[in-house]
Ligand binder design. Structure first.
Ligand code: HEC
Length: 163
């Protein structure tokens, strides 16, 4: 084989490799569909905080808003909004933190405020039955929740930390 043929062979070889490489690039598989549950996975310092911020429990128990006895969905319209969306990141509530219909301001639910009127059982009845400390019905802007006792206890622990 003379020098010329060697260069030819190297030349052809290089072109074939370049083509193959370019071909491969266009065959790069499309990115995997994004798993949003992975993105939303944030670590919360406590289960109480996770419930307050996401309305989900680390216990794997269901936390949901109820449909009223007449079968009519409450003001949440079956949508799940966590406590934080109305009572705010610090639990202060206030006129800027209106309920879903924007009529009633969400109340201050830091435990330091609630404990004057509420004990843990009354608090549970407020969030599950919509009864305030005196047994008066809370406005429909405050959803009624399906939530277990242990999750309620975790939530109270979190509300105790809010300053
Ligand atoms: C869609 C908005 C909204 C969401 C979500 C919401 N709340 Fe409320 N909450 C309200 C409003 C509005 C009131 C005041 C109702 C009234 O004035 O009768 C209230 C009142 C309360 C009260 C009574 C306070 C008092 O001083 O009597 C408690 C307790 C409470 N919410 C706890 C919670 C907890 C815990 C969560 C989450 C599991 C939550 N709320 C989610 C809007 C909301």
């Amino acid at each position: 084989m003379n020098l010329f043929s060697r260069f030819m062979i190297i030349g052809i070889f290089t072109s074939v490799m370049t083509l193959a490489a370019t071909g491969c690039k266009s065959e790069v598989p499309a990115p995997e569909p994004v798993n949003t549950s992975q993105i939303e996975k944030t670590t919360y310092r406590s289960n109480g905080e996770q419930i307050y911020v996401t309305a989900t429990s680390q216990r794997g128990s269901t936390i949901d808003t109820k449909v009223d006895p007449a079968g009519k969905e409450n003001s949440m319209g079956g949508m799940k909004m966590p406590c934080i969306s109305c009572h705010g990141p610090d639990g202060h509530g206030g006129p800027d933190q209106k309920g879903a219909m924007g009529t009633a301001p969400a109340k201050d639910i830091r435990w330091s405020k609630l404990e004057k009127e509420y004990n843990p059982e009354k608090f549970r009845l407020a969030i599950t039955e919509g009864k305030d400390a005196d047994g008066t019905q809370l406005k429909a802007d405050m959803p009624r929740w399906n939530i277990g006792k242990e999750d309620v206890a975790d939530l109270i622990e979190y509300l105790k930390q809010l300053k």
